[in-house]
Design a protein around this ligand. Structure first.
Ligand SMILES: Nc1nc2c(ncn2[C@@H]2O[C@H](COP(=O)(O)OP(=O)(O)OP(=O)(O)O)[C@@H](O)[C@H]2O)c(=O)[nH]1
Ligand SMILES: [Mg+2]
Length: 201
């Protein structure tokens, strides 16, 4: 893969490994921590807290009612996609009460994956809006749960109001290969965007 064309911070001299910051965002309980855990080459750093009764009524647990823990601050992991590219992954907290952290968290990020649980599309609306507001390029990853109904991707794209040039892919966040494929889809998307920008110069 050729990753020329990236000009954000993190670009290094020819021959060196490039390190880039990638965000894993999405609504409450969509599988952000699971994805960082499944794909990371190192034991990821996570900041999980046990969900307590105090969360009842605050965090909508429909569809994720066996959920035990939630991310308070962030998840951190890393993966070398090849000899040239190291991705530093930052998983965001999903609970709305921690979203005040999001501004600082996205600084210097090259791109983001927005995880979506198709049983609860609305839980990821706000994350998508944040990517648009902060102008972070992103792909959508539909995390398939056992009781998720099968929807054509075009239908979901429509419901989320995602334009055609933004990739929407399905994944199983628990599976390393599947999570890695999502990250590769993001890298391809970033590369295409970057080529399009260069063409207009
Ligand atoms: N069946 C299935 N379960 C999943 C999948 N991904 C995550 N889970 C489960 O869904 C629950 C939520 O996953 P998390 O990774 O904690 O979700 P999160 O987005 O980090 O949650 P917050 O940090 O609280 O917003 C956990 O119980 C996971 O084991 C998946 O692809 N399939
Ligand atoms: Mg989490």
């Amino acid at each position: 893969m050729d990753f020329n064309g990236f000009d954000r911070p993190g670009r290094s001299a020819a021959g060196d490994t490039r390190s880039v910051k990638i965000m894993i965002a999405g609504g409450f309980g969509t599988g952000k921590t699971t994805l960082v855990r499944s794909v990371s080459d190192i034991k990821p750093l996570t900041t999980e807290a046990t969900l307590t009764q105090a969360s009842a009524g605050v965090d909508p647990l429909v569809g994720v009612d066996d959920k035990q823990e939630t991310t308070v601050s962030l998840d951190f992991g890393k993966i070398g996609l090849n000899d040239e590219l190291m991705l530093y992954l930052f998983g965001t907290p999903g609970q709305e009460r921690f979203w005040f952290l999001w501004n600082g968290l996205f600084k210097g990020a090259l791109g983001a994956v927005v995880l979506v649980d198709t049983r609860r599309l609305d839980s990821s609306f706000r994350a998508i809006e944040e990517m648009e507001r902060q102008e972070v390029p992103f792909v959508i990853a539909l995390n398939v749960f056992p009781d998720s109904r099968e929807h054509p991707i075009a239908e979901i794209r429509d419901a989320l109001d995602i334009p055609d040039h933004i990739p929407v892919v399905a994944c199983d966040a628990r599976d390393r290969a599947s999570s890695r494929d999502v990250l590769i889809a993001l890298i391809h998307h970033l590369k295409e965007r970057s080529a399009a920008v260069l063409e207009t110069r």
